[in-house]
Design a protein around this ligand. Sequence first.
Ligand SMILES: C[S@@+](CC[C@H](N)C(=O)[O-])C[C@H]1O[C@@H](n2cnc3c(N)ncnc32)[C@H](O)[C@@H]1O
Length: 297
Amino acid sequence: MSMNKTNFSLATTSDGSFSLHESKLDELYHNRAGAFTEAMVTYVEPACQYFKEKMAAGHSLSVLDSCFGLGYNSLALANYIQKNQKNQKIGLDIDCIEIDGSVLELLPQVVDQPCLSEIAQAFKNSAVNLADFNGGTIAADSVRFQIFICDLRLFVQKAQRKMGGYDLIFHDPFSPKKVPELWTVDLFRHYHRLLADGGVIFTYSSAPAVRGALLELGFKVFRTTALGGKVGGTMAIRAECDTVTIAPGDCILTLSADELKRLTTSSRVPYRDENLGAGKEQILVRREAEQKIFLSK
Ligand SMILES: C[S@@+](CC[C@H](N)C(=O)[O-])C[C@H]1O[C@@H](n2cnc3c(N)ncnc32)[C@H](O)[C@@H]1O
């Protein structure tokens, strides 16, 4: 497997699918329990549960995959649809944002794994060549990936709301503590603008600062299934009305008493970055100051 970059190295996860380790941040791209498993448990399964009726009725889905990396999240979604909706393949229109074009060199190897065989076959049938791919469009069967090599903060500022808005946003940057600039209430405000009514964000993070930001914007916040010793990710629904109805299932859960309690403490104070241009230190210092004010009330 070839790679031109020196700031990440290959890593294997417990389900056998490969991941990357980013050396500057000292972070793995995925949950150690499995890169593919994480994509399924944290993103695809709850998304397909939430949109079950819409998918059964043949509606297409418009998706934003923020921090595409090796692309597991949207590839696993496309793979799932190829596999489970053979008679009625719904359209998937996926905008993918990634700052580092060099990770795309690994796409052929990602797709070559047995866990992604259905989408690999669709690419083969459509004569898609991932080997020299460095951004732009990939289309196969009813799926279209549009890959933008750019900074997420710039993308969301420039993005026009698509007709109807995104149904789904997969938010998958490195951790909030290490990259707070990609977890701010101000970035999520753009997600709110870009989402359809009833549209949802999924992320692996359960941090109160992240959930606090989503609650501040009026999102309805739920928990997704825990994986690899973590407490479970977050699902946030953009709902115009006060109550939302969710089809019963075991991968979307209400927040526990403990999680709700943490959301009453200063931990819920969000990261802020009004102009989407502040540095990490500035954002952290500002949050600390806001937490002190919170505690003094
Ligand atoms: C945790 S990894 C994402 C894993 C990915 N979703 C996957 O399935 O492989 C985070 C990714 O965010 C990218 N990234 C970092 N800063 C970014 C930014 N400002 N805008 C867009 N992408 C960014 C990194 O290059 C990396 O590929």
